[in-house]
Design a protein around this ligand. Structure first.
Ligand SMILES: [Zn+2]
Length: 101
């Protein structure tokens, strides 16, 4: 477990505010430490998933590959969660892409 002096409240869940069993501090690409139940970590893992798993262009003939493009997914986020959420995701994906080059 973490020996951080920042306290257990940092581990609180972004959705319900409780500290869940299995909550721990994790490190974002910028070096900051956050709870694995925080919105920052959720956003990071989503951006990482979009960048690493979703194609730029879907190959309709290869059904074993994801049948949704990065753009389609981000448009879906905009539709369901709003423009602000989609813009944040776009920024996150771009930031990860930049450091991956
Ligand atoms: Zn929760």
């Amino acid at each position: 477990m973490s020996t951080s002096a920042t306290g257990t409240s940092d581990l609180a869940c972004a959705a319900c505010g409780q500290v869940h069993k299995g909550a721990k501090l994790v490190t974002l690409p910028d070096g900051s430490q956050v709870s694995n139940y925080s919105e920052a970590w959720r956003a990071h893992t989503e951006a990482k998933w979009v960048l690493e798993k979703l194609p730029l262009v879907v190959n309709r003939r290869r059904k074993s590959t994801p049948q949704i493009s990065r753009r389609d997914y981000i448009m879906g986020v905009e539709h369901r969660r709003g423009k602000h959420a989609a813009d944040n995701l776009k920024r996150g994906v771009r930031a990860l892409w930049l450091v991956s080059k």
